[in-house]
Write a protein that binds this ligand. Sequence first.
Ligand code: AMP
Length: 256
Amino acid sequence: MFSIRMRAEKNEKHISGAETLVEKNMISATIMELAQRALSHEKGEPDFINISVESLKIPVKKLTSLPLILTHVENETEGKTLARKLLLELGIPKLCIAKSISLLEKGPANGENMRGAIIMDLNGNRLEPDVVRGIRASHIGITEEASKELQTAISDMRLSTFYTYISDALVLATKVASVKGTLGELCWSDDPSYTAGYVASGKMGYIRIPHLKKKGDPCGGRVFFVENIDPGNYINEMESAPVLVNRFGGIRSFNE
Ligand code: AMP
């Protein structure tokens, strides 16, 4: 299998990124698709696009996606209240929850968005070596079969418009939750028009919250809450170990 990764920049600022794992016969089509994504992002036309193709040297771990759980909140205040509650249920201390939300609100890279995620321990310390780059969950993909199952489920819930967002995030969150030491993840997008985010964990699944910020807000990010990790090993696995989602874990509505 091959890992294909795209990142696009404008004036040396990150605009978008995407990646997948494919067999050799899908390399050309995938490159075209990722180039198209880079060129049509709402944050503008990039002046630099990098697409890399890498043959995988280590065996690919195959996983069923986290179950996709849909919540209904009216606005970002309700959304954040629900996110706090879910994170508390995962055993994440209040201090860490407050700190992570405040970082994502302000822009966690000294007021700007990061390229990757924050790693936060249960004392609220940030463990990522570079606070601008952060940690990238990488070498991830989804099979066509699993992707189709997800597409059907999302369409039944009338969420097809958000298919790419949900698929990318579900695959990423499935890998993050599978890495030993992850207790949970908090995310909301940095795309100004996309207000949704999620709290994900192996314990509770991928809980999508439709409002975690106001429309038009350009800030977002990800926080991986961790316990008892060796940062070097954790980061290495997160960035390099290939994970392919080959089954969709199902969809349901959230019941408190
Ligand atoms: P997005 O969901 O693509 O709008 O990304 C939201 C935020 O998540 C970005 O601002 C980054 O800080 C972070 N992020 C994006 N991609 C990754 C990744 N592959 N691994 C870790 N963090 C990421």
